[in-house]
Write a protein of this length. Sequence first.
Length: 215
Amino acid sequence: MKYTCAIFDLDGTLLNTLDDLKNAVNAALAKRGYPARTLDEVRLFVGNGVARLIERAVPEGTSAAETAAILADFRDYYNAHINVETHPYAGVAALLGKLRAAGVKIGVNSNKYDAAVQLLMNDHFPGLFDKAVGESETVPKKPSPIGVETLLKALDADAESAVYIGDSGVDEQTAKNAGLPFIWVSWGFRRKEELPDLPEVRADDASELETLLLG
């Protein structure tokens, strides 16, 4: 077995959450009369937590107070509609099952706020992961390595035999900061032309990722 611990990003790696995020962004913007954002715009806005998502989505020049109010509206709407169109990527659930059967410890490190991470993981992947962490008072947003370090400690895993899997440059930097090798999945929210440096190791589907993880 190549790795004994696999740490995954959530949005764009395990789950396609983009439609629910877009709908929540546009509901919050519409409440104050601002124009809607397209799915592709929201795809490029995500990755650094919901506060940064809203900062990017509001019109240029929007005041800090107005942005904060829109963020609150976004949270209210998203909390109520977090799991309407969200779904796992093809083959991901089966892959997690194979990893568990092989004795690989599975962690999830997301920039989504922690309560949302727990809800989505327990709904879509019950019994298929060991621990998940999202942004909280004790776990800052990626690319901070603290989330990875928290998971490694909780899972009693060694960084030397762990790997980080994600779809963005933020994930790649997180892996680097934590001292873990990185596997980029091409099915997520970032296209290869949108990454400043294309990661060396990539998987184009769950089958390729399985080979990279289990050998």
